[in-house]
Design a protein around this ligand. Structure first.
Ligand code: ADP
Length: 421
């Protein structure tokens, strides 16, 4: 990469300081361009419904004011067919060029790709080579929905800028520190190893970012604190982080395990699947769809948006209330389990769409845990802000916090650190 000595000739000043972060899904690409000198965003956007007639690109150049950048007034939208990922990325490149932020700029240091499954092999961000791509491909059987889209995104970006370092940042990487006692299922060990069946965990970039930011909020080094992170988005996962290292997490071989989610069941007796097959006559694919897409909050009450569920509860809707109670019950079980795993807990932290915004979820999950040193202050919990904050009363032994996650910034940081190493 390009770097020049500064005036004193001692510390290299990097000329290339921008990172493009790409999150490629099966029919969408989300992107952010960041300036790593101050971690500000220069542009954000997404292309959705790729391959359909009604594809849509939304692009926002931002002010880059050093605090993350505010939504610029220049938001641009276009709809119309975008055939594939290659066309999508070209359209993104055109938008960036219009803002003089083109992919051909010497200021672009690298492209950081979110890759969902890195298996056991990738415990850190990795510069993408042919061998690395082959390995990501080898993991498709354990991440059939995600890794193929990630691979397409990488290939397309490589074609556009073959000379530029492309870095894979894995959702699973943060969890590779889990001990075998947490990572292994208690099934026949040879069968498990033959098929790489174990708990990998996901949302790792978020758990890494949020646990570190929580330590910062407490004025401590990550190595000094034990944190329970509750990433509650549409997908949801919990993790137990001891001294900056993940020691347990709720998602497993796939993102299906663990907490009740927007559309996923989370933990379930595996015999339910045999029963559905033998008694209900469902196929494996049908069961897959049932548990991943038609379960969780949506399966229980027809809605997966916590705002809507709360609205229905306020109107006295009993199904919405039951869904909420099942969601909270599971959450509480994980808080208790990870408390026991960690032994000493310094903070329980809520993040992602539900965790950052749904005060009733935070209040209900912590309610009744005073004996564990956990409590939520109602006034602090009601405050609406985008900043990391404590919501526990001063007397509480364990901090309860809300810390907004920022997976794109974390991917950009890891990518930039790697290409500058
Ligand atoms: P993902 O990245 O998994 O798609 P997000 O972290 O963006 O999800 O979270 C999306 C979810 O956050 C929504 O489905 C909704 O349930 C919840 N959410 C967003 N805003 C609010 C809000 N103001 N109040 C309650 N829940 C919210």
């Amino acid at each position: 990469m390009t770097s020049t000595p500064n005036r004193e000739g001692a510390v290299p000043v990097t000329a290339a300081h921008r990172i493009l972060v790409l999150n490629s899904g099966s029919s969408s690409v989300k992107y952010q361009l960041l300036d790593m000198r101050d971690s500000s965003r220069l542009a954000v956007g997404l292309v959705e419904r790729i391959g359909e007639e009604t594809s849509r690109l939304v692009h926002s150049p931002l002010t880059g004011d050093g605090d993350g950048g505010g939504e610029g007034s220049g938001k641009r939208e276009r709809t119309g067919p975008i055939a594939d990922h290659e066309a999508a990325l070209k359209a993104v490149a055109d938008e960036l060029t219009r803002d003089r932020l083109g992919l051909d700029s010497p200021e672009l240091a690298a492209i950081g790709h979110r890759v969902v499954h890195g298996g056991l092999k990738f415990s850190a961000p990795t510069v993408i080579t042919d061998e690395v791509l082959t390995e990501i491909e080898r993991l498709v059987p354990v991440a059939p929905l995600h890794n193929p889209a990630n691979i397409t995104g990488i290939r397309t970006a490589q074609a556009l800028r073959p000379d530029l370092p492309q870095v894979a940042v894995f959702d699973t990487a943060f969890h590779t520190t889990m001990p075998e006692s947490a990572a292994r299922y208690a099934i026949d060990i040879e069968t498990a190893d033959a098929h790489r069946i174990r708990r990998y965990g996901f949302h790792g970039t978020s758990h890494a970012f949020v646990s570190r930011e929580t330590a910062k909020l407490l004025g401590k080094d990550p190595s000094e604190v034990n944190v329970i992170v509750l990433h509650l988005g549409n997908g949801a996962s919990a993790s137990a982080v001891r001294g900056g290292e993940c020691v347990d997490t709720s998602m497993g071989l796939t993102p299906l395990e663990g907490l009740v989610m927007g559309t996923r069941s989370g933990d379930i007796d595996p015999a339910v699947t045999f029963h559905l097959k033998r008694v209900a006559g469902m196929s494996t694919d049908e069961i897959d769809v049932l548990l991943n897409k038609k379960s969780g909050l949506v399966g229980l009450c027809g809605d997966n948006d916590m705002r809507e569920i709360r609205r229905r509860i306020d109107e006295g809707d009993q199904r919405a209330l039951l869904a909420f109670e099942i969601y909270i019950h599971r959450l509480k079980k994980y808080i208790g389990a990870y408390y026991a795993v960690l032994g000493r807990v310094d903070a329980v932290v809520f993040t992602a769409g539900v965790g950052e915004n749904a005060a009733p979820v935070r209040a209900a999950a912590i309610a009744g845990l005073e004996e564990l040193g956990l409590a939520v202050d109602a006034d602090l919990n009601a405050v609406r802000t985008d900043s990391a904050r404590l919501i526990s009363p001063e007397y509480a032994r364990v901090a309860v916090a809300v810390v907004p996650t920022d997976e794109e910034l974390e991917i950009a940081r890891q990518t930039y650190a790697l290409v500058n190493a």
